[in-house]
Design a protein around this ligand. Structure first.
Ligand code: FES
Ligand SMILES: [Fe+2]
Length: 427
């Protein structure tokens, strides 16, 4: 033992150890820095990417005087929105990710021009009801309590059943009138997502969102999400999938060139490019589905880098959901893409990523971030463009018209339209 201690004190570690003991505080600081560094590294490599971008953060240019928020606000008011279709199409829409609503949770959300309370009953089922209590108008989503599979209003304590919105208890009244009921919305939970059915004619669901078995059985696991707020009509976003010609122009320069279109077209980035091959078609046997086949590679100085190949089959399912299954050299997975209108011209867009265990989380994060960078280029366009109802198209653009005909099935007689906006800011 003595010999071992003697050996240690004469090795290189001996003096270092002695210095560390003498400099207790220095040792503590080094240890904390090391722990912090390891924590950051662990986070980078092993935790999902979760990124939310607000409206003013993408595509609005600073004038050095006003805040980007003010600029976004003014452009929103000034912009000519064009001859737009109705603003809320019929179909299923993403409301929340399942993990965002625990048993007993109540959330107030505002989508599709409706004010809603979403809650999860003690049976684990998610319910959506109108937020405003029919008694005196309190908001069930703000301070409402889950009682069994019902929600209790915070004002006078009336209790509504999640399943059908029926009032089942009035704490101070013996009798519950038959008409005491709020609206319960069709709601479905699958693919770790809570969806709502919206139909302007009050028609019950005629189809359901795709079942992604690999998410349900855990073959593909959650790797993160990105969320963007966009100032555009909802149709602009899915239409992008059929607009094949813009891929080689807008999405060609490498993602390191960023999403600010003032710089991403610079000649500096010409040494590398994204290559795209895409095809879009509506399906004959599932009327509500359009299918986009997409292949992607990156080439540097004209040489295609083989491991950057990514093949995708995207099912546009209804007006606001796209199931984008992909495979690459690391494995396979899916982007769950959704667009939900918050206001007539304000969309909440999400991409959630699930991937097989063979895809390292850091690779999945790069994919998700790369997708966000590319889509932010579109957002810079969408946030400023007008909707052209009769576009000037050439033969190569014909899929755009095909897509518009397909999308028109999601509007019906009573689909809400935007009342004509004032075209100037003059009083
Ligand atoms: S307002 Fe809801 S119970 Fe009275
Ligand atoms: Fe695009």
């Amino acid at each position: 033992m003595l010999l071992k201690l003697h050996d240690f004190s004469h090795s290189v570690w001996g003096p270092l150890f002695a210095t560390m003991v003498q400099n207790f505080w220095l040792t503590c600081v080094c240890f904390l820095l090391f722990a912090y560094f390891m924590l950051k590294l662990g986070k980078l490599f092993f935790t999902p990417l979760e990124m939310e971008r607000k409206l003013h953060e993408i595509g609005y240019l600073s004038d050095g005087r006003r805040s980007l928020k003010d600029i976004a606000n003014e452009i929103q008011k000034r912009r000519k929105c064009g001859d737009i279709p109705p603003v809320y199409p019929n179909g299923w829409f993403h409301v929340l990710a399942s993990r965002e609503l625990a048993v007993g949770d109540v959330k107030y959300i505002s989508v599709l021009g409706e004010q809603l309370a979403v809650f999860r009953g003690t049976n684990g089922v998610a319910y959506i009801v109108n937020a405003y209590c029919p008694h005196l108008g309190a908001n069930l989503g703000i301070g409402g309590q889950v009682v069994g599979n019902c929600i209790q209003c915070p004002f006078h304590g009336w209790v509504y059943r999640g399943e059908d919105g029926k009032c089942v208890k009035i704490p101070y009244s013996e009798k519950i009138p038959d008409f005491a009921q709020t609206k319960a919305w069709p709601c479905i939970e699958k693919n770790s997502t809570i969806y709502i059915w919206y139909h302007a004619e009050g028609i019950e669901p005629t189809w359901t969102p795709d079942d992604i078995e690999e998410i349900e059985n855990g073959t593909w696991t959650y790797r993160g999400y990105t969320q963007h707020t966009i100032n555009a009509h909802i149709e602009e976003i899915p239409e992008n999938g059929s607009d094949i010609s813009h891929l080689d122009h807008l999405h060609s320069s490498p993602i390191i060139s960023g999403s600010d279109l003032r710089y991403s077209f610079s000649n500096w980035w010409q040494f590398a490019k994204h290559n795209w091959f895409a095809k879009w078609n509506p399906l004959d046997d599932e009327k509500h589905v359009g299918c986009l086949k997409l292949s992607h590679t990156i080439s540097v100085l004209g040489y295609v880098i083989p491991f950057t190949a990514l093949h995708m089959t995207a099912r546009q399912t209804g007006p606001g959901l796209v199931f984008m299954k992909w495979s690459c050299v690391f494995g396979d997975g899916i982007f769950l893409h959704s667009v939900t209108p918050k206001e007539p011209l304000l969309q909440c867009m999400r991409h959630s990523l699930y991937a097989s265990w063979t895809v390292p989380t850091i690779v999945a994060k790069i994919l998700l971030y790369g997708e966000a960078m590319q889509v932010e280029r579109d957002i810079m366009i969408w946030n400023h463009k007008t909707f052209v109802s009769k576009p000037l198209l050439v033969k190569e653009d014909r899929l755009i018209n095909k897509h518009r005909r397909w999308y028109s099935q999601f509007f019906s007689e009573n689909s809400p339209r935007l009342l004509m906006k004032k075209e100037t800011l003059d009083w």
